[in-house]
Ligand binder design. Structure first.
Ligand code: TYM
Length: 332
């Protein structure tokens, strides 16, 4: 059987960007690719590449799990689990570090961005993180990996590592394909639409959190940065703000940007933003309702147990093969 694999890092709260670029795709694909086996996890090992408060991290892990369900992932169709509960991720991560070169890790733009100007206290795992991500994917022989644009380079590296390993030790891993949403693969900041919408952005108005108060969401959209020319048209270079809002609108309604331009040809920005605010609120309201129903329910634990159990079956088989190819351990 073919497989689909993806994950989200439980640092801070999830944004509308995570929803459009990833979560919403996972939900669509559970039906569209019903012939695939689906593995969606909470990438908690990736969270500790930077310092985390332990209680906060625990809370965030559960929160992402609840959001998976709240957004519509069906545990009968998708194996949901926590990365650290399947020890093979870290084990294969190390093998991938022993496949990758330091130079290719240092070239990753996310590493360069996150490292910034800092020279002290950068954790080794921040550099080697893409090796763990490759392991997350290759462990399950994933064919399809739904992600947003910012993960494209990591997926490219994963493909290279799979191919390199196969060439060195014989056919072992499936070389995966990325799956990117048609619109909304890179939702931008509401205050600086040249940057991506990111939960670690320092301006609270720059992002919409899935658990934001609905009134706050409306206000954030209404105060989103646009331009002074007053025409609702998709033109990323000259009109990055409006183009971003059009993308959000289009991805949440499945109405094409072209059709939206026609619909709003005679409208001003205020009218357009009012409509968009309602569309975003309508998308998020049911997610929040479901979230608060499930967050304290032990059913969530059952779902995560079940998912981890299935993941372990596949993952341990794969590690057995990998160790054998490498000559690690003993003949068994
Ligand atoms: P993370 O947790 O930063 O983001 C989770 C997913 O959300 C997408 N995303 C966005 N999409 C559109 N617009 C945005 N503004 C936006 N911001 C985030 C990301 O592209 C991603 O798909 N390394 C990964 C997690 C991971 C993973 C994996 C993913 C670990 N192992 C294996 C796939 C397969 C990460 O940090 O994503």
């Amino acid at each position: 059987t073919k497989r689909l694999v993806s994950g989200i890092k439980p640092t801070g709260q999830l944004t509308l960007g995570n929803y459009i670029g990833a979560l919403r795709q996972f939900v669509k694909l559970q039906d569209e690719l019903s012939d695939h086996e689906h593995f969606i996890f909470i990438a908690d090992l990736h969270a500790i590449t930077t310092p985390q408060d332990r209680l906060e991290l625990r809370k965030n892990i559960r929160s992402v799990a609840a959001l998976y369900i709240a957004c519509g992932l069906d545990p009968d169709k998708v194996n949901l689990f926590i990365q650290s509960e399947v020890a093979e991720h870290a084990a294969l991560g190390y093998i991938m570090e022993s496949t990758a070169y330091v130079g290719e890790m240092e070239r990753m733009t996310q590493y360069k961005d996150k490292k910034g100007k800092q020279t002290d206290g950068i954790r080794t795992s921040l550099l080697t993180y893409p090796a763990l991500m490759a392991a997350d994917i290759l462990l399950y022989d994933a064919n399809v990996v739904p992600i947003g644009d910012d993960q494209k380079q990591h997926l490219e590296l994963t493909r290279n590592l799979a191919t390199r390993f196969n060439n060195l030790y014989g056919e072992t891993f499936v070389v995966p394909e990325g799956f990117f949403p048609e619109t909304g693969a890179r939702i931008k900041s509401l205050t600086d639409p040249t940057k991506k919408m990111d939960k670690s952005g320092d301006n609270e108005k720059s992002y919409i959190l899935l658990l934001d108060d609905l009134g706050l969401i409306r206000r954030k959209i209404k105060s989103a940065v646009t331009d002074s020319n007053g025409i609702i048209k998709y033109e990323v270079r000259n009109k990055p703000g409006i183009s971003n809002l059009l993308q959000i609108y289009s991805s949440l309604t499945d109405v094409s940007v072209k059709d939206l331009e026609k619909k709003y040809a005679e409208s001003d920005y205020a009218t357009f933003k009012d409509d968009l605010a309602e569309i975003v609120v309508d998308a998020i309201r049911p997610i929040q309702q479901k979230y608060f129903e499930i967050i304290n329910d032990t059913k969530l634990d059952e779902i995560l147990n079940q998912g981890a159990e299935r993941a372990k079956v596949i993952a341990s088989r794969k590690m057995f093969k990998v160790y054998k190819k490498l000559g690690l351990g003993r003949i068994r």
